[in-house]
Design a protein around this ligand. Structure first.
Ligand SMILES: Cc1cc2nc3c(=O)[nH]c(=O)nc-3n(C[C@H](O)[C@H](O)[C@H](O)COP(=O)(O)O)c2cc1C
Length: 392
């Protein structure tokens, strides 16, 4: 389409995207029994219509107890495959690559959604059909004030969850998704194993960095084993735990090396989720706040990276790609604010056929509109005021 990097097609293994703009996963709390609803068609559809290259479906739990709330997505049963396939097909039919993030909330399960203050579910909620469930984690450590303490996973639980990741990955494949991202960030189960803030285990899944990484790596191996070699596998990490945490950037680099050896293609850099009382700072919320971490991981491993976090401008995104710290431009809130951002960014960057990012049906009408807007501007300079009759 152009020599602008933000609007050049990109190929990741056997998957070609029209541009490197990736809609970062966004939980909607609108699922029913884990499955998509009409809401998800609108949510996913608007980004694909707006010209993004890759559209991620929100964090999708690999088993029911791995949801955060009863309205979270989960892909735990073969019977759901046709419902998820409709989403993947919609995104593909609009020119974008359908992708899905798989995860497990661990000790953050059995909560109400963000509009209800993420309070833990209680027996009272059962009356309205939201039965609380037992949350599990690497260790019996309370993750939020007022939340029940999760049960420590035994080796059987661990195997069960690893298998659930593989089974969900297979279902995602059958549903037509082309990229999987494993969610290892934001304080959920995988990070609960990685970080010593939560992981107090004395067995092979705790202790040293190698022990704490074991669960993440076994999940990755199980997913990679069923996910075709020509399809990309991403892994989202929290580069730092969060304020007062214990997981460092050096730990992240070591994890990335190990994930690379197990067939992960891209490290998606995020941060936070677990708090503690060490001196570790939070990542400051400045523009493109995760990009410097992505650069460090890329320098150390040579892996592909993406780093969502306040990327909002066309030239900002273009420059991040030109500087080479990221390979994909991951974005969430800016796209939620303006789902057609890619088209506007393409126009700003001087991409000639920017309207063609929209579905073909839009193009002739919008071309006509652009010409009329241009002509009107040339003629009167400002919009015509009400009451002007000379053209009537
Ligand atoms: C509504 C909403 C829901 C989100 N849900 C998820 C999610 O399901 N999985 C995830 O890893 N991150 C989730 N995030 C984080 C985003 O993917 C993204 O990393 C973050 O918002 C920073 O990017 P931004 O500054 O472009 O919004 C969510 C963010 C928002 C705003």
């Amino acid at each position: 389409m152009s020599d602008v990097k933000l609007f050049s097609p990109i190929t990741l293994k056997g998957v070609a995207a029209r541009n490197p703009i990736a809609v970062s996963p966004m939980c909607q709390y609108q699922s029913v029994d884990g499955s998509p609803t009409d809401w998800h068609f609108v949510h996913m559809g608007r980004y694909a219509v707006g010209g993004a290259g890759i559209v991620f479906y929100e964090e999708t739990a690999v088993e029911l107890r791995g949801r955060k709330t009863p309205r979270c997505a989960a892909l735990f049963d073969d019977g759901q495959i046709p419902e998820y396939r409709r989403i993947a097909e919609l995104v593909r039919s609009l020119g974008a690559v359908p992708a899905i993030q798989l995860g497990h909330s661990g000790g953050r399960g059995s909560e109400r959604g963000p509009l209800d203050g993420r309070k833990p579910l209680t027996e009272k909620d059962a009356d309205s059909g939201w039965e609380p469930w037992e949350a599990v984690s690497s260790s019996a450590v309370q993750l939020r004030k007022g939340s029940p303490i999760p049960r420590t996973m035994d080796l059987k639980d661990i195997q069960q969850v690893i298998e659930a990741f593989a089974d969900s990955a297979l279902r995602a494949l059958q549903a037509g998704f082309e990229i999987i991202e494993i969610h290892g960030a934001h304080g959920y189960l995988i990070q609960q194993f990685l970080s010593p803030v939560v992981n107090r285990r004395k067995d092979a899944y705790g202790g040293s960095l190698a022990g704490r990484m074991r669960f993440a790596l076994e999940v990755t191996e199980a997913v990679r084993a069923v996910w075709p070699a020509d399809k990309p596998l991403f892994f989202r990490i929290s580069v730092l735990d969060g304020k007062g945490g214990l997981w460092s950037l050096d730990d992240s680099i070591e994890l990335a090396r190990n994930l690379q050896a197990r067939g992960v293609d891209l490290i998606d850099c995020s941060s936070g989720g677990l708090l503690g009382d060490s001196a570790m700072p939070e990542v400051p919320r400045v523009p493109a706040y995760h990009a410097p971490y992505a650069q460090r991981i890329k320098d150390a491993t040579g892996m592909l990276t993406m780093a969502p976090g306040l990327i909002t401008g066309a030239w900002q995104a273009e420059n991040l790609l030109r500087q080479g710290c990221v390979d994909l431009i991951g974005m969430a809130r800016e796209l939620m604010f303006n789902a057609d951002w890619p088209v506007h960014a393409a126009r700003e960057l001087g991409v000639e056929n920017y309207l063609q990012l929209f579905p073909a049906e839009f193009v002739p009408r919008l071309q006509g509109r652009e010409e009329q807007v241009g002509m009107a501007k040339n003629k009167v300079g400002v919009p015509m005021p009400c009451g002007v009759t000379e053209y009537l």
